[in-house]
Design a protein around this ligand. Structure first.
Ligand code: FE2
Length: 218
């Protein structure tokens, strides 16, 4: 687990740690004032070890979606830390304590976040915007210079979801669910403002422009 970002907002120091999984996914831990929230989890034992090493109490696990590469360690983590497990509604998983709904504002310890439901690899997917420290954990819904929309999801739906994300402050940092820079020390961090300039899928101004891009990409 690597510390990839830290900043102080209203005298509270926030830190973000990233863990890479053997399956190519990225999970995160955001910490402030000795408390932490994890976003997606594969390796439960590793995360528990890191929490102990860094003297952090885990309050919650936020799930962006239910692909195996994001949830595998959820049951272990919940058993060991008794954290609250929060994610988009899902009937199948007993570890889920609380469903999220689009636009919902939630606070846990020193953290406040807003939920944006956004289709990615799957229909039921959520992004979490931590409003005090301007951090967006976007899971599988977006990626560096590309999008992660599944072919069977309507382009229009994704386009509309992206337009809402684009209204967040341009300084918002994006923490992706997968890393195209795999093998480097850590992901290259990009702000939403930079991504809108560099990512043709985010730059598209109309649904038509967006759909043409989707049709011409894999
Ligand atoms: Fe994924």
């Amino acid at each position: 687990m690597t510390k990839i970002w830290s900043a102080t907002f209203q005298e509270i120091p926030f830190e973000v740690y990233q863990y890479k999984t053997s399956k190519g996914g990225l999970g995160y831990l955001i910490s402030a004032s000795g408390q932490a929230v994890a976003i997606d989890i594969i390796d439960g034992p590793l995360l528990v070890e890191e929490l102990e090493k860094n003297h952090l109490i885990l309050s919650a696990l936020l799930l962006t979606g239910y692909d195996e590469d994001h949830i595998e360690g959820a049951t272990y983590l919940k058993e060991k830390t008794e954290c609250l497990v929060i994610g988009p509604p899902h009937k199948e998983y007993a570890f889920l304590d609380q469903d999220v709904a689009d636009g919902e504002e939630n606070s846990i310890g020193p953290f406040s976040f807003i939920v944006y439901t956004m289709p990615g690899c799957e229909q039921d997917h959520a992004c979490y915007f931590f409003s005090e420290c301007l951090a967006l954990f976007c899971g599988d819904s977006m990626n560096h210079s590309s999008c992660k929309k599944s072919l069977d999801l309507p382009d229009q739906l994704y386009f509309e979801a992206v337009q809402r994300i684009k209204k967040l402050p341009p300084k918002t940092l994006l923490f992706w669910g997968h890393d195209p820079q795999w093998g480097e020390d850590h992901s290259i961090l990009r702000s939403l403002g930079e991504e809108v300039l560099l990512n043709p899928f985010l730059r598209a101004q109309t649904p038509g422009e967006f759909i043409t891009l989707c049709e011409n990409s894999d």
